[in-house]
Design a protein around this ligand. Structure first.
Ligand code: SF4
Ligand code: SF4
Length: 75
């Protein structure tokens, strides 16, 4: 299975939760914290399960998510 890496810009996130719904791997969860605008932002709780599908980034209305597709195991 392919692997990916997901990065979330905490301060862009508005906590809508669309990315959590979109992720087939249950990588993303709400954090226990709030960003500088007072939103409960999302964080990758299970980053090792990311397959780099990019669904989370496509649904994010605030362009807070960047997905990297990794070529090989361990890269
Ligand atoms: S790229 Fe796919 S597997 Fe990885 S966090 Fe986003 S939706 Fe989940
Ligand atoms: S879709 Fe974007 S704005 Fe909505 S919770 Fe996820 S990262 Fe935050």
């Amino acid at each position: 299975m392919s692997r990916g890496k997901v990065e979330i810009d905490d301060d862009r996130c508005k906590g809508c939760g669309l990315c959590i719904e979109a992720c087939p791997q249950d990588v993303l969860e709400f954090s226990d914290d709030f960003n500088s605008s007072g939103y409960n932002y999302v964080t990758p709780e299970n980053p090792e399960d990311c397959i780099g599908c990019g669904f989370c980034g496509k649904v994010c209305p605030d362009v807070a998510i960047t997905v990297y597709k990794l070529q090989k195991e361990g890269v």
